[in-house]
Design a binder for this molecule. Structure first.
Ligand SMILES: Nc1ncnc2c1ncn2[C@@H]1O[C@H](COP(=O)(O)OP(=O)(O)O)[C@@H](O)[C@H]1O
Ligand SMILES: O=P(O)(O)OC[C@H]1O[C@](O)(COP(=O)(O)O)[C@@H](O)[C@@H]1O
Length: 309
């Protein structure tokens, strides 16, 4: 068994960003989506990553492949004729607006089977698999995650996930070692009142009862809540100047998974996740997250037992 992470994000997309910083707009292209940001942060923490996905053979897919190459991310891809999805967003004064989008085609039977076989083979080489980037249930069927997660888990690869809604619901059957959800996702899924800590703890306990060993609920600037075998904790972070909250949750998940992949302690993993998420909000783009800055921030993160637990 290796010591790396396999990030499974079935349908990465091309993100085209038009940045209105001054009179001259700037154009940036990046391989986008949740799994990509997670893979970048895991790489920044010096843990090897393999990224497993489905990519189109058209123009968008070809651009994505060259962007993966430029970043040095190890990509294992199934290629198909239907092209990859994309979206165009405009950023002005730290606000983002989607201008146009095309999410791409759903997983078909043939490409879905090929992707499944590839993800299983690659996942079994890793010490932990992060199942992410679920897109819409109409694009990636929820049972894809439960089958893949279950097969990997039964064959000795731990599962971590950053999913919500129907995908999370299905994935719980695979008994993941770790899941990260946000208070907003719990509220959207009608599992908790996001302004009521007791209701969040109750929802996290429900997710544990349904199969997740450790559950972290992030709540942006409020302390995250972590539930694990030995109890419930508040994850206290230092106060910092916030610049860009985009991708904070991805950084947090990546930080936890990077430490777990190296066989690290669960509480250290959660501290690292909180530090990675927090560092991310202090700067634009989480690719800039550096291991040394995160290691410094980890020292200021505290796990405090929740009195009611
Ligand atoms: N405004 C903020 N101030 C400080 N830390 C933040 C802020 N927003 C996010 N974070 C950090 O990032 C983590 C994940 O953030 P959150 O916004 O809850 O995730 P998501 O992007 O999934 O909604 C938080 O637990 C915290 O450590
Ligand atoms: O298209 P981009 O810029 O790569 O952004 C994709 C990111 O947006 C999100 O979907 C939403 O991010 P936030 O909710 O943290 O703003 C992330 O999960 C994902 O990483």
């Amino acid at each position: 068994m290796g010591k790396g992470v396999m990030v499974f994000a079935p349908l990465p997309q091309l993100t085209v960003m038009v940045e209105q910083v001054s009179d001259e707009p700037e154009l940036h292209l990046h391989a986008g989506g949740q799994g990509l940001w997670q893979a970048r942060m895991i790489t920044a923490l010096n843990v090897p990553v393999t990224f497993c996905a489905l990519l189109g053979k058209g123009e968008v897919g070809r651009v994505l492949i060259s962007l993966f190459d430029d970043e040095g991310l190890e990509l294992k891809a199934v290629r198909r004729h239907a092209d990859s999805g994309w979206y165009v967003q405009e950023r002005r004064d730290d606000e983002r607006h989607v201008v146009a989008e095309n999410p791409g085609s759903p997983l078909g039977r043939h490409d879905g089977d090929e992707l499944y076989a590839l993800a299983l083979a690659e996942g079994l080489k890793a010490s932990i698999c992060l199942l992410s980037g679920a897109a819409d249930p109409s694009l990636v069927p929820p049972d894809f995650y439960s089958r893949l997660g279950g097969d990997l888990q039964r064959n000795g690869t731990a599962i971590a996930a950053d999913l919500a809604g129907e995908h999370l619901n299905a994935l719980l059957e695979a008994k993941p070692a770790f899941i990260k959800v946000s208070d907003e996702e719990l509220a959207d899924d009608e599992l908790a009142d996001k302004n009521d800590e007791a209701s969040i703890v109750k929802a996290a306990q429900l997710l544990r009862d349904r199969g997740a060993a450790t559950v972290v609920v992030s709540r942006a600037e409020k302390p995250a809540i972590a539930l694990m075998d030995d109890g419930a904790y508040q994850v206290r972070i230092p106060k910092l100047t916030v610049r860009d909250e985009h991708g904070a949750g991805d950084s947090m998940t990546a930080g936890v998974v990077a430490v777990l992949a190296q066989g690290g302690d669960l509480k250290d993993a959660i501290r690292t996740g909180a530090a990675a998420g927090t560092l991310n909000v202090t700067q634009h783009g989480l690719g800039a997250g550096r291991a040394d800055a995160i290691a410094e921030l980890v020292k200021l993160v505290e796990l405090e037992p929740l009195e009611s637990s």
